[in-house]
Design a protein around this ligand. Sequence first.
Ligand code: PLP
Length: 378
Amino acid sequence: MIHYFDNAATTPVRPEAVQAAVEAMTQGWGNPSSRYALGSQAAEAVKRHRAQAAAGLGCRPEELFFTSCGTEGDNWAIQGAVELGRRTGKHIITTAYEHAAVLEPCKALERQGYEVTYLQPDRAGNISLDDLEGALRPDTVLVSMMLVNNELGTVLPVAQAAKLVHQKTKALVHCDAVQGFLKVPFTPKELGADLLTVSGHKIHAPKGIGALYIRGGLKFPPMIRGGGQESGLRSGTEATAQIAAFAAAVEAGAASLEGDMAHMAALKEETLQRLTAQIPGLKRVGEGTAPHILAVTLPGYKSEVIVRFLSDRGICLSSGSACHKGKPSHVYAALKLPKKELDGVLRISFSYDTTLEDVQALAEGLKAAQEQLFTSLS
Ligand code: PLP
């Protein structure tokens, strides 16, 4: 029996999405560009699925472009925005705790002469709008701010940020909403985002599919040039099965969003209560309010050791230091936690199908870990 608490890493594919993918692979497998009926049926299906996904995201179908993943959407948004802004300037603002899919393209641009301001979170994990306002300049071409931080569950003030940016500059606003989509309610328009990234495998669709919202009217440069698919902006034969599954997952997730949010928030609270009551020394990290992500630390213990211990009991969660070559995650490091707390960070992430029994198993597993593992001396 698996008790899965790593939904921020990836999610199981929901049955509606599996069924849609199977249908697309077994019946509607034509190439949407082909001129005969099998092709036009596939093209019709992609059109229908684009409309279905756009309805769930709250945008127009012509504003939604399918990609292969969130990383691609983030890279495209950033590269395209700086290309569009090349006559305005070479300054970008983002946050220090964005996903690598945003930070790495920003670093690449720094090497090409761009200047990037990284807004720092406070100890609670929040980003200040005053800091953003102070960083805005006439030559700022892009502000990229995530909606929900993937390691802390912090919900960032994207709508207020976008308002400020648009009042004061010509910069485009990109939002990496990979962790916010179908976890907190929003539409790209409500956020004031010009560009917004989502990813399939975080919302119970398969891996290999994502989407970039590009605000209508924005003349955005292509990501991949070729046969002209995705209105000429992202060529390559459409991934019809993944697109079908993505649309089905979006529709199902959007239909049950309110109930799912309440379910995840209640389990998150229950987990926090149980763990703080039953595991001496365990502390919360940050104050993230997203319903599906809870970061905690067990100071003095090594999180990788705990993760391995729990894995043997069928419990899956993520350690704070799983990322780069043994270095602690840049997100928790940005909070300037003391080393002992940094080493012991665990990320627990929930989904609509997490149960109270899962929470019970996690609490018991962590208790056993604390009793059976040695604390580290560092
Ligand atoms: N952005 C955030 C906030 C994420 O959490 C992730 C994945 O962990 C990504 C982007 C990258 O998405 P993908 O795995 O679909 O490339």
